[in-house]
Design a protein around this ligand. Structure first.
Ligand SMILES: [Cu+2]
Length: 159
């Protein structure tokens, strides 16, 4: 009798076990999908030979604050952030900073300035001393192109 009762119970729990197994499998699949969707976005290709460069300011320059920095770009066009157009991007100015990962959106802070309006120059206040400046072009998602279009990282001294 006891054996029969156990058998009955186990045949009742069996469909539940199957459902549990399916739910577990679904959760694993969902979390795998979630992990996948957190991977870097597909990078926007840059135009071959595209170049980003500073205008009117060069490596080793001694300057006074505020510093006017002009952004040069050849081989690609400037478009405001959020506008998805082939072979375009918007400028970013890295101040005393370097990008750790070119596959992620560029952070937005004092060291990573975005020019999402399509601006091609800025006047920045810099404290006296040595600083580095670098331009990075990025796409509508603020992610640098592949391969990245970056300027030379210049060193300037503010008097
Ligand atoms: Cu940006």
């Amino acid at each position: 009798m006891i054996h029969e009762t156990l058998n009955t119970r186990s045949s009742q729990t069996s469909p539940r076990m199957v459902r549990f197994a399916w739910t577990a499998a679904l959760l694993v699949a969902l979390s795998a999908f979630a992990a996948h969707s957190q991977e870097p976005l597909a990078r926007t290709p840059s135009a071959e030979g595209a170049r980003s460069y500073f205008i009117g300011i060069a490596d080793g320059d001694e300057v006074s604050s505020p510093v006017v920095v002009r952004f040069g770009l050849s081989g690609m066009g400037v478009a405001p952030a959020g506008v998805e157009l082939q072979k375009t991007g918007h400028h970013h100015l890295l101040i005393d900073s370097e990008l750790a990962d070119y596959s992620l959106p560029i952070p937005a802070d004092d060291a990573h300035r975005h020019f999402g309006g399509g601006q091609t120059e800025v006047s920045i206040e810099l404290p006296p001393g040595n600083h580095t400046l670098q331009l990075v072009l990025a796409d509508h998602h603020h992610v640098p192109h592949e391969p990245p279009v970056v300027s030379e990282r210049i060193r300037v001294t503010v008097k």
